[in-house]
Every structure is written in C-alpha cells, then in structure tokens.
Design a protein around this ligand. Structure first.
Ligand code: AMP
Length: 190
C-alpha cells in the first residue's frame, strides 16, 4: 500500500500516519521528520535547511525529491509507505509520479484531511504553546506562515489529484478514531 496524506499543518497527518504504520505494517515517510533529524545531526543537508525550516518556508523541490527517492529505495519501504508532508508542490507531485514510474511502483490513494481553517488556527495556537521547545517552527507566527505556504503551494494538489481520480477526502475535524475509521474504509476499497 502506497499513499499520500494531504492536509495543512495541524490537520492530524502525523497522528493518522503513525496509526496506519501500526495497523498496516507500512512505513511513515515524513519529510519534516527527516529534515528535522538532519538539522539535529548537523549534517550537510541539515545545515543547508535549518533556517528555511525555522522560517516555515519550503526547502527546494530538487533536494526533497532526491531525499524521498533514496528513502523509497530502502528495503523497509518494499511493503508500502505513507507519504506525510510530501509532495507539497505541483513540481514535487510531478517528480513523484516520474520517480515511482521509474521504480515500477504505483500510488494506491491520496487521502486529504479536510479541516476548518478557523479551528486550525486555534489548534495552531495551542500546539505552539505546548511544543515551542520541541520544534523551532512551532511558534504561532511560523505555523501561520506554514499555513499560508500550504494554501499557496500545496492546496493546488487537491485539484491535481482530483483530476487524476486519486483523491479521497476525509473530514479531519472529527475525532481521531472516527478519522481513522474513515481512512481504513477508504483503504479497504482501493
Ligand atoms: P512538516 O513537519 O511536514 O510540517 O515539515 C516541516 C518543515 O519541513 C516545513 O515547514 C518545510 O520547511 C520542510 N518540509 C517538509 N516537507 C517538505 C517538502 N515536501 N517540501 C519542502 N519542504 C518541506
């Protein structure tokens, strides 16, 4: 099973991806986690992206696509994977399509977690208060910036995958268990 979880910051992608990992024995590929790990390790990539992450901007399509391409080649991805936080631009979606085709792989579904932006902003404020020390980009201003970047660069992927008949939309405002049940029923049908 190979799927994309699509939705703005705070929509619950990470929570749902973590659950799917346990339920379906597939790996979660969170580009945000990978980049934060690189920053923490002060690797070459980490030093390059540190300020971009803190600002809430996107790192280059080229860099993130090469990271994902390499990661998908790892043996633990052979059973399937959940892309969490990737693709985030139309260029990344095009590149993903090409690289999967080159690897002889196919996406099973794109699951969009749909959320109310007003309520999301409240969640963002709460999350910023709770996790300011965990993530340097989890202060309210950076999160609002990330939401604006999502609306501008990532939201067009909803139409992109819709046109390709791959998009499944779930109400992300429901309780975590209800969202999980909706995702499971979608995945049963693909
Ligand atoms: P996330 O944890 O998915 O919200 O990602 C945290 C940050 O990592 C983002 O605000 C971006 O700076 C960067 N990032 C993660 N995934 C991508 C991506 N697919 N393309 C560009 N930048 C990304």
């Amino acid at each position: 099973m190979r799927l994309i979880l699509l939705g703005p910051p705070g929509a619950g992608k990470g929570t749902q991806a973590g659950r799917l990992v346990n339920a379906h024995g597939i790996v979660q590929l969170s580009t945000g986690d990978m980049l934060r790990a690189a920053v923490a390790a002060e690797s070459e990539v980490g030093l390059k992206v540190k300020d971009v992450l803190t600002r809430g901007d996107l790192v280059s399509d080229e860099l993130i696509c090469s990271i994902i391409s390499d990661r998908i080649d790892q043996p633990d991805c052979s059973n399937g994977f959940i892309l969490d936080g990737f693709p985030r631009t139309i260029a990344q979606a095009d590149a993903l399509g090409e690289l999967l085709e080159a690897k002889g792989m196919k996406l099973d579904a794109v699951v969009q977690l749909e959320v109310d932006e007003g309520i999301l902003l409240e969640r963002i404020e709460t999350r910023a208060r709770e996790s300011a020390e965990v993530r340097s980009d989890d202060n309210a201003d950076a999160l609002k910036k990330r939401l604006a970047v999502y609306n501008e660069q990532t939201a067009p992927l909803i139409a992109y995958y819709g046109e390709r008949n791959m998009l499944k939309t779930v109400d992300g405002m429901k309780a975590v268990d209800e969202v999980a049940a909706e995702i499971d029923s979608i995945l049963c049908a693909v």
